[in-house]
Design a protein. Structure first.
Length: 413
C-alpha cells in the first residue's frame, strides 16, 4: 500500500486549529454562515422548531427509550466503583477484548485487541480521525455514496480532500456499479461506505461490496466503513466488507454502541483494522479527545456480550416501528421507500405538494405537528435537485409516538 502515509494528514489537522486555516476550511465545508458565524445545521433548526411548536420530533435519530437494563446498571456500577478517571489511550482493556470477541462471534473476524482496535468518542470521531490520518494532500479524493451523513463532507474538508460522490437513487438506493467504477481513480485515497446506510435505509448488495473491494485493490485505496447500524438490519443481512476475500488488509471498520444499545449520548465507538492503519488513526485521535467515557466503556463491554436474543429482538422491534411509521405515512399520502435497516424511513412528499422538501419540512411542524428532515440535507449542492421531494423520518421512537405522528399527518393532508 504505497500511498499509506499519514504525516501530511496529521499536519493538516494541526493547521485546522489556526484561525485563518480554520476559517478557510470551515467555509469550504459549509460550517460557517456568510457573516462568519457558525452555520446552524438543518437538524438543529428542525429540533428547535419541534421544541417551539410542540411537534413530534422525527427529525433527529435518537431513541426515546433507554437501552438494556444490564448495560445501564454496569455504567452505574462502574461510577460507584471509581471508574471515573482517564482510561488507557486505546480504550479500556476489557472493552477492547469485548470488541474483538464480538467481531469473531458475529462475523468470524480475528481482531487483535491490543494492536488492531481503538475506542473512540463515537463513530464520528473514529471517522474523522481516520480521514485526517489517511489523507496525504489536497489532491487526494474520498469517494462516498450520496446521500451521505453530513459529517462526512465536513471531515473530508477538514482533511483537505476532495469529496467524490456516487449517487443512490430511489427506490432501492443501490449504486450503479459503472458510476462507482468511474468515481474511483488513482487519486482515491479512501472509499467510505456506510452500510446499513443513513439516510436511505439501504443495505448494500454483496456485488456492490465486492466491487468496492476490487476497486480499492486496483487503485490502492483504503476502505473505511461506517457500520453503526450493523445490528439494526432487518430486511437484508449485514455483511461487513472486512469479511470479503482480500478486504481486511485495507479496511478500517467503524461502529459504536449508541445505536445498538440506545445509548447515543454515551458516545462510545470503535475502529478496528490492520495495526499499521490503526496506529495512524491513533496518532490523530489522541489529539482530538485523547480518551472518553471511562465508566461507559465497561458497560458497553457488557452490552457486546449480551445473548444473541437481544440483538435479534432489537432488529425485530425496529422493523415493527418502521411498519407502523410507513403505514401512517402511506395513509397520509406519502410514497414510502421501505428501508432494509437503520433508524430512518424515506418518503416522497411530491404528491402532497412537497416537491421542495426543505420548504415542506419547515412548514410541517406548523401544519401537522411533526418534524422531519429533507434528504437534500445529506447531499452536495449540485445534486440536491435529484432528491427534491424526499424526506427522512426517524422510526426509533416509542410505538405510541409513531402512531400519534401518523394520526397527525393523516389529519393534515
Amino acid at each position: 500500500m504505497a500511498k499509506m502515509s499519514f504525516t501530511y494528514g496529521l499536519s493538516l489537522f494541526f493547521m485546522s486549529v489556526i484561525p485563518g486555516a480554520w476559517r478557510r476550511t470551515a467555509a469550504g465545508a459549509g460550517l460557517l454562515a456568510d457573516d462568519g458565524t457558525v452555520a446552524p445545521t438543518i437538524f438543529a433548526e428542525m429540533s428547535a422548531a419541534a421544541a417551539r411548536t410542540g411537534a413530534i420530533n422525527l427529525g433527529q435519530g435518537f431513541p426515546d427509550e433507554d437501552g438494556p437494563a444490564e448495560v445501564l446498571e454496569a455504567a452505574r456500577a462502574a461510577i460507584s466503583a471509581g471508574v471515573n478517571q482517564y482510561p488507557p489511550g486505546r480504550g479500556a482493556p476489557d472493552l477492547l477484548t469485548a470488541i474483538s470477541e464480538h467481531q469473531r462471534r458475529f462475523y468470524g473476524l480475528e481482531v487483535d485487541p491490543q494492536s488492531e482496535v481503538i475506542v473512540t468518542a463515537g463513530a464520528t470521531e473514529a471517522l474523522t480521525a481516520a480521514l485526517l490520518a489517511l489523507v496525504d494532500g489536497p489532491e487526494d479524493e474520498i469517494v462516498v455514496f450520496e446521500p451521505y451523513y453530513d459529517s462526512y463532507a465536513a471531515a473530508a474538508a477538514l482533511a483537505g480532500a476532495r469529496l467524490v460522490t456516487v449517487p443512490l437513487r430511489a427506490p432501492d438506493f443501490q449504486p450503479d456499479l459503472d458510476r462507482l467504477a468511474a468515481a474511483v481513480t488513482d487519486r482515491t485515497r479512501v472509499i467510505l461506505v456506510n452500510d446499513p446506510h443513513n439516510p436511505t435505509g439501504a443495505v448494500f448488495e454483496r456485488e456492490v461490496l465486492a466491487e468496492v473491494v476490487r476497486l480499492a485493490e486496483l487503485h490502492d485505496a483504503v476502505i473505511v466503513t461506517d457500520e453503526v447500524y450493523e445490528h439494526l438490519s432487518f430486511r437484508a443481512p449485514h455483511t461487513p466488507i472486512a469479511t470479503l476475500p482480500d478486504a481486511a488488509a485495507r479496511t478500517l471498520t467503524i461502529s459504536s454502541a449508541g445505536k445498538t444499545f440506545s445509548t447515543t449520548g454515551w458516545k462510545i465507538g470503535w475502529v478496528h483494522g490492520p495495526a499499521e492503519l490503526i496506529t495512524a488513526v491513533l496518532t490523530v485521535k489522541q489529539y482530538l479527545t485523547y480518551v472518553n467515557g471511562a465508566p461507559f466503556q465497561p458497560a458497553v463491554a457488557v452490552g457486546l456480550r449480551l445473548d444473541d436474543r437481544y440483538f435479534a429482538d432489537a432488529a425485530a422491534t425496529l422493523a415493527r416501528k418502521h411498519e407502523v411509521l410507513g403505514a401512517g405515512l402511506r395513509a397520509a399520502g406519502f410514497d414510502v421507500h421501505a428501508p432494509q435497516g437503520g433508524y430512518f424511513t424515506v418518503a416522497d412528499a411530491t404528491a402532497l405538494g412537497g416537491a421542495d422538501a426543505a420548504a415542506f419540512c419547515r412548514e410541517l411542524p406548523h401544519r401537522a405537528g411533526v418534524v422531519a428532515i429533507p434528504l437534500s440535507a445529506f447531499t452536495s449542492e449540485q445534486n440536491r435537485p435529484h432528491y427534491a421531494g424526499l424526506i427522512r423520518f426517524a422510526a426509533c421512537k416509542r410505538i405510541e409516538v409513531l402512531e400519534e405522528a401518523a394520526t397527525r399527518l393523516a389529519a393534515s393532508f
